[in-house]
Design a protein around this ligand. Structure first.
Ligand code: C2O
Ligand code: CU
Ligand code: CU
Length: 478
C-alpha cells in the first residue's frame, strides 16, 4: 500500500519543485514491479476453487474537495500488492493502491478535476477512455506525468451518461502498465438516465473482466502478445468470484479490461442478457441477447433479472473464448426482494448520425514483426489523418490479418454502420468508441468531429498491439 507519508511527500515534491529527474533512455520503459514484499515458496501457488472468493466491488473515490460546479479527486500511481491467490501478495501497479483502481463518479454538466501523482520511476499518462476531453487533458502517449510529479486532468463532462474508464497510456508502456493494474471505472450519470428507474446504488455494479498470466509465485508475467499464457480470468481483480444477489434486477456495467482476450458473455441458464447501454451511453431501446461479445476496451451495460429464479439458484456468467467455455463468476440468489426498478422500452434519444462528406480506409495488418495501420507503425510526431472540424466521416476499417483487432477513437463517439455489409449486433447500435474487427472483416463506422480540435490518437485497443505501433494520430482543425 502506498503510505500516507509517501503520498504526502510526493505531493510536497511536486508542489515545490519542477521535476525533470528522469533519464530519456528509460522514458519509454514500462515500469517493472518492485521486489516481492512477501515470503517466497517453492510450492506452486494454487488458485482457489471457482466461486469461493467474494466479488470485490471497487470503492468509490470520495472527492477531496467540491465546489459549486467542480469535484476534485486525487489519484496516486504507485506499486502495491493484491491477493489473487488468497493469502499471497501479488505485486501490481495501482491507482490509490487498489486493483483495479477506485471508481470515480461524475455527473453530466459538473466538471471533474483529477490530480494525478506519479510515484513510479517511469512516466505515466492517465487517459479517460470514452471521455469527450480536450487534447491536453486526454492523457496522450507523449504528454505524461513525469516520475515524482503531479498534474491535473480536467474533464468537462459535456456528454451523456456512460460507463467510461481510465487507464494508463504512456508511450509504448500502456500495454504492460494496464496489464499490471493501471485501470479503473469512471461512471458518468445524468438526470435523464436517473429518471428511467433503472437499478441503482448497490444494484448497479461495475464488472471489469480481464485475464492474467500468473507464475508459480502468483506474480504477474507480462510477455508481449501472450494470449495463451494469460489463462486466469479475473472479475474486479478476483479469480472466478461469487456474488450474492437478491431476487430482483441488477445493472452490470461490464468492461472488457483485457489486453487481448475477447469475451462472449452469456448466462448458464440460457436466459437473455438485456443490454441497455454500450461504450458511450444508453441504447435507444433495450436489446435482449443470448450472448454479447466484447473486445478489449468495449463496455456493455446489461440488466439481469434474478427475480425469475428461486432463492438458492446459482447463475454463472460464462464466456465462450479460446474455443472453450470459461466460467467467469457466479451470481448466487440468496434473498427475496421487492424490486422498484424497471427497464423502460425507450431509454435514450440518440443524436442523428448526419451525412458523411469524407470516406477513408483504415487497414489493420501485421507486417512482418510490426503492427500497422495503413502500412505504418505509430510515430507520435506524425499526423496521419487530417480532419476538418464539424465534418462527418465514414471510416472503413479493414482487418487484413489472421488475428482479431479492434478500432478505438479518442474524443468522439461513432456509429457502427455495418460489418461486411451486414447490420451490426443490436448491442452495437448505440454510441460506440471501440469496435471489434475480426479477421477478414470490414467494419464501417461514422463519426462527427464537432467537439474539440487538436491531435488525438486512434488505435487498436488490443493494447499489446497499440504499444507495438498499431496506433495513429488524427488532427482536427477548424
Ligand atoms: Cu482506452 Cu487510447 O485508449
Ligand atoms: Cu481512449
Ligand atoms: Cu490489434
Amino acid at each position: 500500500m502506498l503510505t500516507r507519508r509517501a503520498a504526502a511527500k510526493a505531493g510536497a515534491l511536486a508542489g515545490g519543485l519542477v521535476l525533470s529527474g528522469w533519464a530519456p533512455g528509460r522514458a519509454f520503459a514500462a515500469a517493472a514491479p518492485g521486489p516481492p514484499t512477501r515470503r517466497r515458496s517453492a510450492e506452486p501457488r494454487a488458485l482457489p476453487p471457482p466461486f469461493t472468493v467474494p466479488l470485490a466491488v471497487p470503492v468509490d473515490l470520495a472527492p477531496s474537495r467540491s465546489t459549486a460546479d467542480t469535484d476534485h479527486y486525487r489519484l496516486s500511481v504507485g506499486r502495491s500488492t493484491t491477493e489473487i491467490v488468497p493469502g499471497v501478495a501479488t505485486p501490481v501497479l495501482t491507482y490509490n493502491g487498489t486493483f483495479p483502481g477506485p471508481t470515480l463518479r461524475a455527473r453530466t454538466g459538473r466538471r471533474t478535476v483529477v490530480t494525478t501523482t506519479n510515484l513510479l520511476d517511469g512516466p505515466v499518462s492517465m487517459h479517460l477512455h470514452g471521455g469527450q476531453v480536450s487534447a491536453d487533458n486526454d492523457g496522450q502517449p507523449m504528454d505524461p506525468v513525469q516520475p515524482w510529479s503531479t498534474r491535473g486532468y480536467t474533464y468537462e463532462n459535456t456528454q451523456a451518461a456512460a460507463t467510461l474508464w481510465y487507464h494508463d497510456h504512456a508511450h509504448m508502456a500502456e500495454a504492460e502498465n494496464v496489464y499490471r493494474g493501471m485501470a479503473g471505472f469512471y461512471l458518468l450519470e445524468d438526470d435523464g438516465e436517473r429518471e428511467l428507474g433503472l437499478p441503482t446504488g448497490e444494484f448497479d455494479v461495475p464488472l471489469m473482466i480481464r485475464d492474467v498470466h500468473l507464475d508459480d509465485n502468483a506474480e504477474l508475467v507480462y510477455i508481449h502478445d501472450d494470449f495463451a499464457g494469460r489463462s486466469t480470468h479475473l472479475v474486479n481483480g478476483g479469480p472466478q468470484p461469487y456474488f450474492e444477489v437478491a431476487a430482483r434486477r441488477y445493472r452490470f456495467r461490464v468492461l472488457n479490461g483485457a489486453n487481448l482476450c475477447f469475451y462472449t458473455l452469456h448466462l448458464s441458464t440460457g436466459d437473455d442478457l438485456v443490454q441497455i447501454g454500450s461504450d458511450r451511453g444508453l441504447l435507444a431501446a433495450p436489446a435482449p441477447q443470448k450472448s454479447i461479445m466484447l473486445s478489449p476496451g468495449e463496455r456493455a451495460d446489461v440488466v439481469v433479472d434474478f427475480g425469475r429464479y428461486p432463492v438458492g439458484t446459482r447463475v454463472v456468467l460464462r464466456s465462450a473464448s479460446r474455443n472453450a467455455t470459461l466460467d467467469l463468476m457466479a451470481f448466487d440468489v440468496t434473498a427475496e426482494a421487492c424490486d422498484p426498478s424497471r427497464v423502460p422500452a425507450s431509454l435514450a434519444t440518440l443524436p442523428p448520425p448526419g451525412a458523411a462528406s469524407v470516406t477513408r480506409d483504415m487497414v489493420f495488418e501485421k507486417t512482418g514483426d510490426t503492427w500497422t495501420i495503413n502500412g505504418r507503425t505509430y510515430d507520435p510526431m506524425r499526423v496521419d489523418t487530417e480532419i476538418t472540424w464539424g465534418s462527418t466521416e465514414i471510416w472503413r476499417v479493414v482487418n487484413k490479418d489472421h488475428v482479431a483487432h479492434n478500432m478505438h477513437l479518442h474524443l468522439v463517439h461513432f456509429r457502427v454502420l455495418d460489418r461486411n455489409g451486414r447490420p451490426p449486433d443490436p448491442g452495437e447500435s448505440g454510441l460506440k468508441d471501440t469496435v471489434r474487427v475480426m479477421p477478414g472483416e470490414t467494419v464501417r463506422i461514422q463519426a462527427t468531429f464537432d467537439t474539440w480540435t487538436g491531435r488525438y490518437p486512434y488505435h487498436c485497443h488490443l493494447l499489446d498491439h497499440s504499444a507495438m505501433g498499431m496506433m495513429a494520430t488524427m488532427e482536427i482543425t477548424r
